[in-house]
Write a protein that binds this ligand. Sequence first.
Ligand SMILES: [Zn+2]
Length: 317
Amino acid sequence: MVTVLYIGGLGRSGSTLVERLAGQLPGACAVGEIVHLWQRGVTEDERCGCGTAFAQCSFWQQAGKTAFGGWDEIDPGRVAALRARVDRNRFVPRLAARPAGTGLAGTGPAGTGPAPALAEYMSYYTRLYAAVAEVSGARLVIDSSKHPSLAHCLRRQGGVDLRVLHLVRDSRAVAYSWGRAVRRPDTDRQSYMTRYSPAVAAAQWNGQNAAFHLLRGVPVMRLRYEDVVAAPEAAVRRIAAFSGLPAPGRLAFLGAGWAELEPGHSVSGNPMRFATGKIAIRPDERWRADLPAGPRREVTALTSPLLAAYGYLGSRR
Ligand SMILES: [Zn+2]
């Protein structure tokens, strides 16, 4: 059974950096946001993290052959239809209500409810994870899809040794980031990342983070992005231990305030998935100066219970 480290949390919480760092560990293979592979990779042929178009990337061609006999053999529209039936954040309470690995035995009388759809939907993921492990030779596959509903689907269906890394970041920093216009370098078309108002970002931050507190029966490790940036090596070693990887020796790819990144095959994610070579790792505190007082108060008030739980409202903050 393949071990999958699923990085969850709201977007703009630093998951791409954490994925890239963890992907440098011996025995790990980071593949980006698999939830978007079917549409953005298979259908739209967006660029892989290695820089080539998905259809030209030999790693993904090999993985597609191993998993499905080739990408032509699957219908991405079918995956999207299944996702609409089972993998929605509003289904999280229902998915969370039953024990891990109960899969088909889960919901409704036989032949009704979403259980067969869940099994079929999950089969695409479990086959692909196994293929990635086989093609890369890695024992750990890192999927940074982030969405809580997919983590709940994986928990429910079983079939993989699932470990969930719940990445959190200060809601004010996250709201500031969602308010900025960021170009997507993933395609040749003019394309920008989605933007949220402060109130919407705060509501998303509450909902997505809370959903990870409902995961039961699978290992969950909570990690603050700010702690990763302050002490990357300690964070990466914690992730290795949590993922069941042997304790790594010297981490030559990490230094004080920098990391040296090999090209990867991240299929979707933040633009920094394309970064290679030496990159700086430093706190991004722009929100403190640039998020106006009104939105800042609003976001703080709306998110204060979890902000406090994660230690963001202490004296230091
Ligand atoms: Zn590639």
